[in-house]
Design a protein around this ligand. Structure first.
Ligand SMILES: *[C@@H]1O[C@H](CO)[C@@H](O)[C@H](O)[C@H]1NC(C)=O
Ligand SMILES: *[C@@H]1O[C@H](CO)[C@@H](O)[C@H](O)[C@H]1NC(C)=O
Ligand SMILES: *[C@@H]1O[C@H](CO)[C@@H](O)[C@H](O)[C@H]1NC(C)=O
Length: 407
């Protein structure tokens, strides 16, 4: 119920962009029930002309649905109600019932129940679900996570909340779980949460990791052991390292060492690594081009630097790029962490995030109206496209692909 109240307030907020306004169904002109005591919580149900409490489960809806305000039809002045599945559920067109999204729901083995993004109706916010086939993952021990369309290693935290690991149920539906049974037993700590081995997990003491014997500790024989500090650190984290570095296994010794993160260079013999083409250790008005050299920033406003040409080109022009490509920012550099980057890269004209644009396919794609090339594929605008299926926590809200997202 707390959730619904929040929804009511949010809807009111939306309407006024900041000021709290009563929701539209509080208006007696739109909702005949609004004149009754507590009428802002009542919805008019046209089939019997009676008023029912908003978000009521069951009658006049079926037992698994709740009475919800439906969008006012354009040109029509009455406010109406419809029966919808509760949040995080969707209705199956097969039997009209509500099932949990991303569960097996009414589907056959190998399928899961996902929002139907093909079906839209301006007069209803009802969310329909369809059975969708799980996609295979490249790795043998990986699990496809339909909510974000990515694959994660089994028994890692992956997309799960803290204290749970990724596994599958007997129907092969991916789940975040922690229990005492079978495969998860070895990952369960005394706080009844599950953690990946050799991560910080539940360990409080500095330099301790969660070990396969389900204790927190650190041993000098572990690859995670850092000789200088005599502590253990998780591989791939910053560990005892400096900015621009992370703690990685040395390719030969197979022990943890501080190395530059991928795409960073160590400047002279300092203890920090920097992203090339940012100011890094250089003087104001300069940027770093390699591990030894700073150069004066040569580019006028709106231009980016290309090292091979030693020249600046205007953003959005073809510059030194191949046909079908344009000069864009190096989106791998994060200004908040690395500083401003002057590095220019060539990206596909139709999709600046794609490095392997195939010109013919793009032409085909842009020939059809309302289609756009995005991450190696052609998508229809205003359909779900490559977007995550549902914004978790928002009732029935399906993400829709609007355009190439800005940065
Ligand atoms: C959506 O429609 C397309 C084309 O009509 C079809 O190929 C696809 O399977 C549909 N997707 C779903 C989830 O129903
Ligand atoms: C880095 O250190 C090595 C060995 O200590 C030295 O030969 C080299 O000149 C130093 N490089 C710079 C750029 O200071
Ligand atoms: C860095 O760039 C400068 C200038 O182009 C060049 O002289 C130098 O050899 C480069 N150093 C390295 C380590 O690549």
């Amino acid at each position: 119920m707390a959730f619904h109240i929040a929804t009511l307030i949010l809807l009111g907020l939306d309407a006024a962009l900041g000021a709290v306004l009563p929701p539209p169904w509080a208006n007696p002109k739109l909702n005949p029930c609004a004149t009754q005591p507590g009428g802002w919580q009542l919805l008019y149900w046209p089939p019997d002309g009676k008023c029912y409490k908003i978000f009521k489960t069951g009658y006049p809806c079926s037992n698994d649905m709740e009475l919800s305000p439906s969008p006012t039809k354009s040109g029509e002045q009455k406010f109406s109600a419809e029966c919808r599945c509760p949040p995080m559920k969707a209705q199956s067109a097969r039997d009209g019932k509500c099932y949990d999204l991303y569960s097996r729901g009414p589907c056959e083995k190998g399928f899961y129940f996902a929002p139907d993004t093909n079906y839209t109706d301006d007069n209803s916010k009802r969310l329909w679900g369809v059975c969708t086939q799980s996609r295979p993952c490249p790795g043998p021990n990986e699990i496809f996570w339909p909510r974000d369309g990515r694959c994660y290693h089994k028994l890692t935290k992956g997309p799960c909340p803290k204290g749970q690991l990724l596994t599958t149920d007997p129907d092969l539906i991916p789940q975040c779980r922690c229990n005492k049974h079978r495969e998860l037993r070895d990952y369960r700590y005394s706080d009844n949460q599950c953690y990946q081995h050799f991560t910080r997990g539940p360990c409080r003491e500095k330099g301790h990791l969660f070990l396969p014997d389900r204790t927190c500790g650190c041993h000098s024989f572990l690859p995670h052991f850092h000789d200088d500090t005599r502590l253990c650190y998780e591989i791939g984290t910053i560990g005892p390292c400096n900015s621009g570095e992370n703690y990685q296994l040395h390719p030969e010794t197979r022990r943890g060492t501080c190395q530059c993160k991928a795409g960073y260079v160590r400047y002279a013999n300092t203890s920090s690594c920097f992203r090339p083409f940012t100011q890094g250790p250089c003087a104001v008005g300069e940027f770093l081009i390699n591990s030894t050299t700073c150069i004066a920033q040569p580019c006028p406003r709106g231009h980016l630097y290309f090292l091979p040409q030693d020249k600046c080109y205007r953003i959005g022009t073809r510059g030194p790029c191949r046909k079908g490509r344009i000069v864009t920012f190096d989106f791998d550099t994060r200004p908040s962490l690395d500083g401003i980057s002057y590095n220019g890269v060539c990206s596909c004209e139709k999709d600046v995030y794609d490095n392997n644009c195939d010109e013919e396919e793009i032409t085909e794609c842009s020939k059809s109206d309302g289609m756009v090339w995005y991450r190696k594929r052609c998508y229809k605008l205003y359909a779900q496209g490559p977007c995550p299926k549902v914004r978790v926590g928002m009732r029935g809200l399906v993400n829709v692909f609007l355009d190439i997202p800005g940065r």
